[in-house]
Ligand binder design. Structure first.
Ligand code: HEC
Length: 102
């Protein structure tokens, strides 16, 4: 499901991101994107149309980052709190983009 190289790359990104206080929202989004691509795409896609994955599209317009994080926490994957936040930020940003582009 997850090629080890991808998972390692995602972890490296996250670990690097935890080092300083310079990590901004955009940086966390990038981390979240990498985590999503390596551990979530087995069950989710971010394209609601033509969605054939069991988990559907988790970038739901209208949910807050905190609400998204509570969902991510119960997924059958093991992430650190920092990784959960990063993915939630990424999903939130994606949902917001979808909403405004309509
Ligand atoms: C083993 C399969 C699987 C994996 C891996 C997985 N999910 Fe899910 N996820 C699901 C299923 C099934 C649901 C429930 C969908 C429903 O009830 O509509 C769900 C629901 C969600 C929801 C709630 C919104 C919704 O669509 O119902 C979010 C947010 C979410 N997942 C995010 C994530 C993220 C982020 C990851 C990666 C860190 C992840 N999931 C990994 C299967 C998975």
């Amino acid at each position: 499901l997850c090629p080890p190289a991808l998972t390692a790359a995602a972890l490296t990104l996250v670990l690097c991101g935890c080092g300083g206080h310079s990590t901004n929202q955009t940086g966390r989004q990038g981390q979240g994107k990498a985590i999503f691509a390596s551990v979530c795409t087995g069950c989710h896609t971010l394209t609601a149309a033509a969605n054939t994955k069991p988990g559907g599209d988790p970038a739901i317009p209208g949910l807050t980052i905190a609400q998204l994080a509570t969902y991510v926490r119960v997924m059958p994957v093991h992430l650190t709190p920092g990784q959960i936040d990063a993915v939630a930020i990424y999903l939130h940003a994606t949902a917001t983009t979808k909403q405004t582009s309509r």
